[in-house]
Structures are given as structure tokens and as C-alpha cells.
Design a binder for this molecule. Structure first.
Ligand code: NAP
Length: 319
């Protein structure tokens, strides 16, 4: 790493983190963005993005590459490292890396997003990668011409069911209620797709497999309680996300689901520590709102850094 004292450290290279990087560089903040995996985060798992303004249809991977190229065109330093801890301080916050390195910074933006929520049924984790998947774009190819079940009723489940219907023989879409949560346009496409069979009021209670991989799921009707078995080769789970809040410092306000509460500047109750994107408690978790958070937090961080350098405290949380 080029330095070990920064104005701003951004953790996570999804749409929020990279947008924060663009704004931070334009505000001339000495910034580093740290990402443990590949840039893009969750959007890399999305086959096609149709609601990011300016792009009628673009793959999640291509969009994340564009965000990265844009940020790096301003000279943003992106480091592939794992962050072990964020430790708040009065003058500087400390960011401890897994390799033992200690970085100091006036402000931190946490953009660590979320991870797919698990069903928590027998067989799910045992057969992850052997028939159970949380990413249709990554694994759909292996189920070409086969039968799969998608679980969930939100935008992710609907989008991924549509994607899988193009590849597989048949898609069963199991939703625990009798109405989808996802957007109307996706609902209409799913219901019009002859290869998708919706199983309303249905939950998966077990993933069944043998030496050859997954061969069936046990299902339960949530209204009648009736149980049955359905032969499938793959199980795709899209039942929402859990926030990746491991690095959120102790004492930061969170809701009961583990999302971080922040003010309109995306600042937490710890001055100089900001949260953006899917980690933040908010109404709409979209690429465009993650990017908007990135802008807001970087502009607010720039003000915070300026005040700290002038010997004043960062503006405190007003919520
Ligand atoms: P979500 O909107 O939270 O939907 C999760 C779905 O899974 C819900 O239908 C929920 O059922 C169901 N579910 C939750 N726990 C379950 C369980 N234990 N067993 C069975 N079903 C369960 O999650 P998401 O679809 O991943 O979307 C997350 C956010 O990203 C949303 O804000 C969404 O709009 C956004 N997103 C947007 C796009 C897009 O605009 N193109 C694409 C993907 C995601 P209930 O409905 O009964 O609660």
C-alpha cells in the first residue's frame, strides 16, 4: 500500500463503494478502497441489469467493470486485502488488515453489502455446490436441460427463475405465500413463461441427495400442511440477504435484522464512520440507491475530513 495514513478508507468495491471512490477522488481526498474479493459485489451474480439509468440492459459483471474503470480513471487506489477490524478513535480511526497491517484514517465508509440468506433446512449446506446454489448466473449452466426449483418471491427469485427458464427444461418456483413480493413487470414475465410453474404457498423442508447429487426436495403446503416430494436436479435459493456487518464497530446503532442505522449523510452514530448500500437500513436496496449512498457518504466524509483537519469534530449523528 502506498501510504498508511488516509483521509478516507472505503471497504467494499460494489456499486456503493466504487461510487464513493469516484466522489472521494474528485474531492481530492487521500483515499484507498479495500476489497477482499473481486470488484462488483452482488451485482456480479446478476445476469442482466435493466434498471440502472442509461443502460437498458447490461450484465452485472459489465456494469461493475465500468464502475471500476471509472473510479480508477481518477486514480483511485484499489487494494485486494481482507479487513479484519475497524476500530474507532478520536483523531484517527484504525483499519486493521488481515495481514496485520494497521492503517489510520480520518473517515471510513463501510460498503460491505450482504450475503444470500439460507433456508436452514437439512441438506442445504451439505449439498451447496453439488446441486444447491445461490447464483443462477454462476451455476445455471450445469443444469442445462434439467429440472430445477427456485425458492423465493422477491425480485431476485423472479429474475433468476426467468434466467433459468432459458437454460433448463423446467423451473418450479416455490413461494411461501400466494402473492409475489417482486416488481409487477417481473411477475408478469414469470406468469407468462410456459417453462415456469409457480408453486404457491409452498416451502422446501429438505434437500434430498445421493452420491450423484441432488435428486429431489421435500415440500410443504403452508396452508394445508400437506407434504410431498418433487424430483429436481437443482435448488436455487433467493430468499433475501443478510447484511455483512462483521466489521461494524461495537456501539454502532443497528436494527434487529443487523442493518446499520445512519442519518441522511449515511453517517453512523460514530462520527466519521459511514455505511452505504445494502448494509444500511433503508427502504430500497438497488444498484442506483447504493451508488447514491456512495455519493452522499463521500461528500459528507469530505466535509468531516476538512473539519477534522481544521481541528474541529466531525458533525455528529443527528438521528
Ligand atoms: P426480498 O425482496 O427480501 O425477497 C425475499 C423473498 O424470499 C420474499 O418473497 C420472501 O417471502 C421470501 N423468503 C424470505 N425468507 C424465506 C424463507 N425462510 N423461506 C421461504 N421464503 C422466504 O429479497 P430479494 O429478492 O433478494 O431482493 C433484495 C432487494 O434487492 C430488494 O429490495 C429487491 O427489490 C432488490 N432487487 C432488485 C432487483 C431489480 O430491481 N432488478 C433484482 C434483485 C433484487 P415473503 O414475500 O413472504 O416475505
Amino acid at each position: 500500500m502506498s501510504e498508511n495514513v488516509f483521509d478516507l478508507i472505503i471497504v467494499g468495491a460494489g456499486p456503493g463503494g466504487l461510487t464513493a471512490g469516484i466522489y472521494a477522488m474528485r474531492a481530492a481526498l487521500k483515499t484507498v478502497l479495500i476489497e477482499k474479493g473481486i470488484a462488483g459485489g452482488q451485482i456480479n451474480l446478476t445476469e442482466s441489469v435493466e434498471n440502472y439509468p442509461g443502460f437498458e440492459n447490461i450484465s452485472g459483471f459489465d456494469l461493475s467493470q465500468k464502475f471500476m474503470q471509472h473510479a480508477q480513471s481518477y486514480g483511485l487506489e484499489v487494494v485486494q486485502q481482507e479487513v479484519a477490524a475497524v476500530e474507532p478513535g478520536l483523531e484517527f480511526h484504525a483499519v486493521r488488515l488481515a495481514n496485520g497491517e494497521l492503517l489510520k484514517t480520518h473517515a471510513v465508509i463501510l460498503a460491505t453489502g450482504g450475503s444470500p440468506r439460507k433456508l436452514g433446512v437439512p441438506g442445504e449446506l451439505e449439498y451447496y455446490g453439488k446441486g444447491v446454489s445461490y447464483c443462477a448466473t454462476c451455476d445455471g449452466f450445469f443444469f442445462r436441460g434439467k429440472n430445477v426449483i427456485v425458492v423465493g418471491g422477491g425480485d431476485s427469485a423472479l429474475e433468476e427463475a426467468l434466467y433459468l427458464a432459458k437454460i433448463t427444461c423446467r423451473v418450479y418456483l416455490a413461494h411461501r405465500r400466494d402473492a409475489f413480493r417482486g416488481s409487477r413487470i417481473l411477475q408478469e414475465r414469470v406468469l407468462a413463461d410456459e417453462k415456469i410453474e409457480v408453486l404457491w404457498n409452498t416451502v422446501v423442508t429438505e434437500v434430498k441427495a445421493d452420491g450423484q447429487g441432488v435428486h429431489a426436495v421435500a415440500l410443504k403446503d403452508t396452508k394445508t400442511g400437506a407434504a410431498r416430494e418433487l424430483a429436481v436436479d437443482g435448488v436455487f435459493v433467493f430468499i433475501g440477504f443478510s447484511p455483512n456487518n462483521r466489521l461494524v464497530p461495537a456501539g454502532t446503532r443497528m436494527d434487529h435484522d443487523g442493518y446499520v442505522m445512519a442519518d441522511e449523510k449515511c453517517e453512523t452514530n460514530i462520527p466519521g464512520i459511514f455505511v452505504i448500500g445494502d448494509l444500511r437500513q433503508k427502504y430500497a436496496k438497488q444498484i442506483v440507491t447504493a451508488a447514491a449512498d456512495g455519493c452522499t457518504a463521500a461528500l459528507a466524509a469530505a466535509l468531516c475530513v476538512e473539519m477534522k483537519k481544521a481541528g474541529q469534530a466531525c458533525p455528529a449523528h443527528r438521528g
